[in-house]
Design a binder for this molecule. Structure first.
Ligand SMILES: O=c1[nH]cnc2cc3nc(NCc4cccs4)[nH]c3cc12
Ligand SMILES: [Zn+2]
Length: 373
């Protein structure tokens, strides 16, 4: 079966909604956070760790896996689920964003994008058809259309031409997408911070009737109030009965503010990336556990966290491991940060069930130390 979204209920205090996304590799409640496993691993986490954390879906990157180890090897392995021994759901990004964010010398044509491999320097070409072929080889449950995420900020004229090309590319992805019976292909809405371009992009994609829609072109350096405003005038153009995925987000406050504006799915490298430099998310804000002040602190990373790291290991011990560059230290901070965000989304879903997400936002922002605009 393909991807199917089940709308459960609308929060009475905000624009948030409770839903369930059904995939060939299991179903998950939304709003949800997807850990990022760029190179076929959520760095330092085993599939068992992810299952223990109640992660139901992870993200992997088409661009990176195409370059290393190559999508043909993964195809021969029987697909990405088998290759990495993960039986939950997998969403793959289309590679377009990584081309724009990782490689120089890119030449965007109607046919596709010519660029240089950011590791070997060799010339490469990525197109809607190629991005579909790679994702079909990976066998992901949710594939992303090949889009252009323009640099931020971009002129109206550039953005308009880019949105129209992204819509043409989306149609080519639908045509090239080989397995609509078992894979879901999401369109990606672009348009920068121009309300009429976001509407045009959303209407173009909705007319192609995708099983789900991503809001792209955000979390690219714009201020948070710009992101929130763009969401406010974009999500209303998306169907109520399909999932909405905000790409590359994010921090705890952005997850809550995105859910409040009708977003169902999020992904971000933040929790796993900051964990590897010894920064932890806690209910009272960020804690840089590698700092000297924790050398003799034998308490848990977060007094209010019930994860197995906070139950069994101290700040002093974790600080010691991180300072010595011990891999186990990164496993501990990563496990805790993922638990923190996955648990945060469970609390968000609970708040929606009880029609009190607005109140939950205020309480969380107060304790985490965010201002409450
Ligand atoms: O429009 C997009 N299209 C396809 N993939 C994306 C991924 C994205 N990830 C971020 N932000 C998170 C970041 C990760 C690395 C640098 S920024 N923004 C993103 C936008 C897009
Ligand atoms: Zn913890």
């Amino acid at each position: 079966m393909a991807i199917r979204y089940e709308f459960i209920k609308q929060d009475k205090q905000t624009g948030a909604r409770l839903g369930i996304v059904h995939t060939p590799h299991g179903s998950f409640e939304t709003p949800t956070f997807m850990p990022v496993g760029t190179l076929a691993t959520v760095k330092t986490m085993s599939p068992e760790d992810l299952t223990e954390l109640n992660a139901k879906i992870i993200l992997s990157n088409t661009y990176h896996l195409w370059l290393r180890p190559g999508h043909e090897i993964i195809r021969e392995a029987g697909g990405l689920h088998k290759f990495m021994n993960w039986d939950g759901a997998i969403l793959t990004d289309s590679g377009g964003f990584q081309v724009f964010s990782l490689s120089d010398l890119r030449d965007i044509q109607e046919e596709g994008v010519h660029f240089r491999n950011h590791i070997s320097g060799e010339k490469l070409f990525l197109s809607p058809e190629k991005a579909m072929d790679i994702q079909n080889a990976l066998g992901s449950d949710i594939m992303m259309a090949f889009d252009e995420c323009p640099p931020y900020p971009a002129s109206f004229d550039y953005m308009k031409a880019s949105v129209e090309r992204t819509s043409r590319w989306a149609e080519r992805c639908l045509t090239a997408h080989a397995r609509p019976d078992v894979q879901g292909l999401f369109g990606i809405v672009q348009g920068g911070e121009y309300e009429d371009l976001r509407k045009q992009s959303a209407q173009d994609l909705v007319s192609l009737d995708f099983p789900g829609y991503a809001v792209g072109g955000l979390s690219v350096g714009e201020p948070k109030d710009v992101m929130n405003r763009v969401l406010e005038f974009t999500t209303p153009w998306l169907p109520q009965d399909k999932p909405r995925y905000l790409m590359g987000v994010g921090s705890p406050d952005s997850l809550i503010d995105g859910a409040i504006r009708g977003i169902d799915m999020f992904d971000c490298v933040l929790p796993t990336r900051i964990a590897r430099n010894g920064t932890c998310m806690t209910s009272n804000g960020r804690l840089v556990v590698r700092n000297a002040q924790y050398a003799r602190d034998f308490g848990p990373i977060d007094e209010n966290c019930d994860c197995k790291v906070c139950k069994n290991y101290s700040r002093a011990y974790i600080r010691h491991l991180i300072k010595c560059n011990e891999t186990f230290g990164f496993r501990l901070t990563t496990y805790h940060n993922l638990h923190f965000l996955i648990e945060l989304m469970r609390k968000v879903r609970e708040a929606i069930k009880e029609d009190r997400l607005g109140d939950f936002r205020d309480e969380f922002f107060e304790s985490y130390g965010f201002n409450k605009p």
